[in-house]
Write a protein that binds this ligand. Sequence first.
Ligand code: ZN
Length: 454
Amino acid sequence: MPLHSSAADHIRDLGDYVSASPSSFHAVHEAARRLDEAGFTGLDELEPWNEAAGKFYVIRDGALIAWVTPEGAGPTTGFNILGTHTDSPSFKLKPKPTTGKFGWLQAGVEIYGGPLLNSWLDRELQLAGRLVLLDGSHHLTATGPLLRFPQLAIHLDRTANEGLTLDKQQHMNPVFGLGDPAGEDLLGLLAERVSGNATVDPAQIGGYDVVIADTQPPAVFGAKSEFFASGRLDNLSATHAGLVALIAHAADAGGPAQAAAPSTGPTSRTGHSSGQAPIAVLAAFDHEEIGSASRSGASGPVLEDILARISDGLGASVSQRRQAFAASVCVSADAGHAVHPNYAERHDPVNRPVLNGGPLLKINANQRYATDAAGAALWARLCGDADVPYQEFVSNNVLPCGSTIGPLTATRLGIRTVDVGVPLLSMHSARELCGVEDPYSLAKVTERFYGVAA
Ligand code: ZN
């Protein structure tokens, strides 16, 4: 399936993807469903793989690695990797989650990552994630509208508009009903709402990874319909762009292997590029919002494990795998900041990205972003070839910038990495804001990236 033919179609599809993905587990499940539909084969890490050329994916918990190996790929063929993440700042269900007092039923939750707490107040929220039963089986669950963090009325907090203080333990206990918590069971509710036709006995639930997600559908708005509001744009905007780009690339790559097709400049920019069409990879990690250190996060081994197995399938020696890594590039795509008109002083005085000005190229002298001169030049070339604009992001010197998976990938694998992403306002809000054009532009550049040897 080719890319959508317009930004409006792309953004509608992004809305569908976000709505189907209230948790990282749902995000990889929905991605796998779309990959299956596009003829990809899901591989199991427990089984031997004998595949060389073709289109495949692997799910490890809340992470997904998908790839297209072109015909003619060999042991030193490089990987063109788009790195993203599937998780978003939220709240995670605690053990013994059913609590409450004064006739209210409440849920016990921990804070997951760095949500803007105030933005989660007074919304219809759901629980979503996975249940693992004592027999080891996994089940996705999503409740639909169920909970709310009710804000205290202004009459009882006259200073709320001067500075709202939310204690993470005392004030962040959402209500989900009325009754006696002793007679209620939130896990029972989750068991009732598992996906598919499975029936789950709550007594058989051995563990759960369940987060809170907003239920309000995404919306396009603004004077010229230029805005898009949705939960989880950080970072499903990039995960979705990578997914549609990989599916489009796979459709294109059905024929003979493509040669590298740069529009300008020398053909060998790294000194290693063979002109051989690369192996196109989407690496969607979990746990970025909490530091990436997990078996499915970017600091863990998941990407290296899968790339090594792909190399093995192509008959690579250890040294040839190193050659392949040297010929590889990672574009790490994660949401970034557009200039906020009411807080312009928080941004760099010169580099001020706007919505619909194109995806960001993120730069940081201290390598909180992995972009270097070679990566920047590659990004400029790809955007030129894809005919989309881009804009540089750099932090104000007195405000330390966040980081992302780019430096982790570069540090772990030694693969050249460039940090990019869709510009947002309200990052880590329950409902973030981006431009209608930028996610589509990111998908177009990514499709271009997948098709050329870097
Ligand atoms: Zn992010």
